[in-house]
Ligand binder design. Sequence first.
Ligand code: SAM
Length: 237
Amino acid sequence: MGDIAHDEVSFYSNAEDYWKEVPATVDGMLGGYGSISIIDINGSKDFLRKFLGVKHFKMSSSSGSNNTEGEGKTGTRCALDCGAGIGRITKRLLLPLFSTVDLVDVTQEFLDKAKIHLGEDSKRVGNYFCSGLQDFAPENGHYDVIWIQWVIGHLTDEHLVKFLQRCQKALRPNGLIVIKDNVSYEGVVPDEVDSSICRDLAIVRSLVAKAGLRIIHEEQQMNFPKEIYQVHTLALR
Ligand SMILES: C[S@@+](CC[C@H](N)C(=O)[O-])C[C@H]1O[C@@H](n2cnc3c(N)ncnc32)[C@H](O)[C@@H]1O
């Protein structure tokens, strides 16, 4: 028992120590793959477009309904960027679509940099929360979209399930939780360097189900370099 508790403490503290040493740049956020940020953001825009009321996006006339499975459209008032880092996603994906965005990250230095990185648009950031997601409770009924990208590998299974449950409570009507992350080919692959794990898709799906959430849409991000993990995006309610 004692060892498990100790392992969990060091799992989190080693990750915090790792990120404190990472440069507060787009390249730093993406482990040296800064050049894929545009592909990532464009893929995420296309993904979100399926759920939001038409706003900044132009829909082609042949695309039919922009809504998945005929469910209600997701609002565009407020989004939460989880494990936001310097606000790479907030800047290019969320602020262009939502009236206000909140950021949460465990690394204060990244949130400080985000204020600069976001420029003028930082005026539309509501809150910069410095917290581990394992300890963070988003405000109930507050968010249209909760975006969780490249950070679930820093949470234990139990904490991920509980965090997703808190996120579900934090959604506004027709709100959406989006997980976008690396998936392993099979099983759980630990990364000793940044103190994270990479789960396979079946495990991620089972944790989502354990949290009582439903996967309403799922896609693989295409056009990423061959040598990195596959990246999948899951929309949950
Ligand atoms: C790979 S970066 C991704 C940043 C951002 N999501 C993006 O895609 O540009 C991982 C981020 O997760 C943050 N992080 C690591 N462990 C965390 C935790 N337990 N809770 C919240 N944030 C965490 C790090 O500080 C870092 O900003």
